[in-house]
Write a protein of this length. Structure first.
Length: 158
């Protein structure tokens, strides 16, 4: 999911079982991703996926996963095997203004860096929005808000 004028890409590791079943990014109801983004941008949270996609596009963001395929039982990143990373050159060709990559958690960061896909872009490891990462919501929100405001303000976007 992306806006062609995206400036910041948020990279996850691999969609959860729930996200794959629903064909929606961050579909698990306990994942803090959508609540955090709605809070960061001062919008009323919604479960409407079209509104969620509109939030991404309106704020010049792109979403993608580090892994294109992998073997995994369940949704935990720790059980990922035989990972094949996505070809980020394809996304960069469609979104040439991406200057910063925010990796949603340690596995996303490790896979993205290992893939060599940064291409000179700034890469920042963010706290995972997964419920498996037990940092309190308020702290996750604080870090995400500060970082998104910094990288989007840099371009005059926030």
């Amino acid at each position: 999911m992306f806006a062609p004028d995206a400036r910041v890409m948020i990279v996850g590791s691999m969609p959860s079982v729930k996200s794959l079943a629903d064909a929606q990014y961050y579909a698990h109801p306990r994942n803090a991703f959508w609540p955090i983004l709605f809070d960061v941008f001062g919008e009323k949270p919604t479960d409407d996926y079209e509104a969620r996609k509109a939030l991404i596009r309106a704020n010049h963001l792109a979403l993608w996963d580090a892994a294109g395929t992998c073997e995994r039982e369940g949704s935990l990143d720790s059980s990922m095997r035989d990972v094949v990373c996505n070809d980020f050159a394809l996304l960069y060709a469609r979104c040439p203004h991406i200057h910063t990559v925010l990796c949603n958690g340690g596995t996303a960061h490790a896979l993205f860096v290992k893939s060599g896909s940064a291409g000179g872009r700034r890469v920042i490891r963010m706290p995972s929005t997964s419920p498996a990462y037990t940092m309190p919501y308020a702290r996750k929100l604080e870090i995400w808000k500060e970082t998104l405001n910094q990288v989007l303000c840099k371009e005059g976007q926030a």
